[in-house]
Design a protein around this ligand. Structure first.
Ligand code: ADP
Length: 422
């Protein structure tokens, strides 16, 4: 294992895992900090991404979980650590990016770490230390009104400095533009000035690749998934790994295929409609029916039992906003969500116990509930079905999963995803 990654949220972890896979690294994503026992069976990967949920939790908890992840990754042989956060630098004056990064540096006895959330493909760029979202500075983007981490300052040197004890500097674009040699010299100069962090500008993938090359000996890298573009080349150049072809298909165990949709996002509602149109048998969950007992896990499983075994089927609770609101007014927002999530997780458990081996789950929270219910802790990243959504294999289980954030994927996602399985 070469690159040990700690991500501050689940979808960010998957983002990074996909990026590393595209860059030729065989990558595993784990859902919890692997303890000594859990570390067995995690061999044979170039990169491991630990998915935490530490973006907005109390600082002390974020530090503790990140350090435990770092220890596990180092025990697995990691030569470099990567602390992954959002490309909009989601944080407050108290953290958690600065304090976690400083704790990791202390653990590694590192002297300098780079800071770069740039992700040009997604229109996140950094120029003269200022983060842009599309054409506007961060503080003028919708992030200024984020409920948990409102970003009201676009200058990342200042933002990072407010969160950190050590000094924060900048590697400005004119140096980045000159390439890896100049960036490396800028790192050396920053060390001389006693800086602990340097925000590094980047407006293109080329900048990220040059930055990655210059950071070859940096023990800790911090940033968005874009920075991952340039890291695998260092390990390849050192002869530590060979680039693996990004997978285009995944072999899956024989067994039934199912789609469980608990997302009410527009994209998922479109995918449900397209699946029905394409003739995929579908069962609609009515949360009020669940609450009254008219529907239950048992009635859903009985319906599934009547469907053809060799074709995928769909169980969904996805509904239009007005219908969702009516349910929430009756049951309460939280209670309605939990009721649907629990039901889908219970259905998934029973399906997997009785021979379902291929599962698509739509919805971020829904996926979390299903994966927890199934006790899946490690996912090997396979081919991308649509941008941001890969097939994954549950390590040590006869099961492949595609976990889709609600708004991801093309309309025909539920129909075409199976073509990537062999
Ligand atoms: P997304 O990724 O689209 O946000 P999530 O799964 O994260 O999807 O969130 C959807 C939430 O809505 C879940 O808590 C789910 O249980 C809940 N939910 C699903 N269907 C309904 C419905 N018909 N009425 C009310 N809540 C629902």
């Amino acid at each position: 294992m070469l690159l040990g990654c700690i991500a501050d949220d689940l979808t960010g972890a998957t983002d990074l895992a996909i990026m590393l896979t595209r860059a030729g690294m065989r990558t595993l994503q784990v859902m919890e900090v692997p303890d000594a026992k859990g570390r067995a069976g995690l061999d044979g990967y170039d990169a491991i991404v630990v998915a935490l949920k530490t973006r907005t939790c109390p600082v002390a908890e974020a530090i503790d979980l990140s350090l435990r992840s770092a220890d596990a990754l180092l025990a697995l042989g990691a030569k470099q650590l990567f602390f992954k956060y959002c490309s909009t630098f989601d944080s407050t004056n108290e953290g958690n990016i600065g304090p976690v990064a400083e704790a990791l540096m202390e653990r590694l006895k590192a002297d300098l770490a780079l800071v770069c959330p740039a992700f040009p493909t997604n229109k996140r760029t950094v120029y003269m230390g200022n983060l842009f979202v599309g054409e506007v500075p961060l503080a003028e983007s919708p992030m200024k009104d984020h409920p948990l981490t409102p970003m009201r300052d676009s200058n990342l040197v200042r933002v990072m400095q407010r969160q950190s004890k050590g000094k924060v500097g900048l590697v400005p674009y004119p140096m980045v533009e000159k390439g890896r040699g100049a960036i490396g010299e800028a790192f050396a100069a920053a060390r001389k000035r006693g800086e602990r962090f340097v925000v590094v500008d980047a407006i293109s993938d080329r900048d990220l690749i040059e930055m990655g090359a210059a950071a070859v000996d940096m023990q800790l890298i911090t940033g968005g998934s874009g920075v991952a573009l340039g890291l695998s080349a260092n390990f390849i150049a050192k002869g530590l790994m060979k680039a693996a072809e990004a997978p285009t298909s995944m072999t899956a165990p024989k067994g039934r295929a199912a789609i469980l949709a608990g997302s009410c996002s527009e994209a998922t509602r479109g995918q449900v409609a397209a699946a029905k149109e394409a003739g995929i048998p579908a069962f609609e969950i009515d949360p009020l029916g669940l609450a009254s007992g008219a529907q239950s896990e048992t009635t859903i499983l009985a319906w599934i039992d009547q469907q053809a075994k060799e074709k995928p089927f769909l169980v969904y609770s996805s509904a239009e906003p007005a219908a969702v609101k009516a349910v929430q007014d009756k049951l309460g927002r939280e209670a309605a969500g939990v009721l649907v999530e629990k039901t889908l997780a219970a259905v998934a458990r029973e399906l997997v116990a009785t021979g379902t081996t291929r599962l698509i789950v739509a919805g971020g929270e829904t996926s979390g509930a299903v994966v927890n219910g199934l006790g899946v802790t490690a996912l090997e990243i396979g081919p991308e079905i649509d941008p941001g959504v890969p097939w994954t294999r549950a390590v040590g289980r006869d099961l492949v999963l595609a976990l889709k954030s609600g708004n991801f994927g093309a309309p025909d996602f539920f129909v075409k995803a199976w073509e990537r399985l062999a």
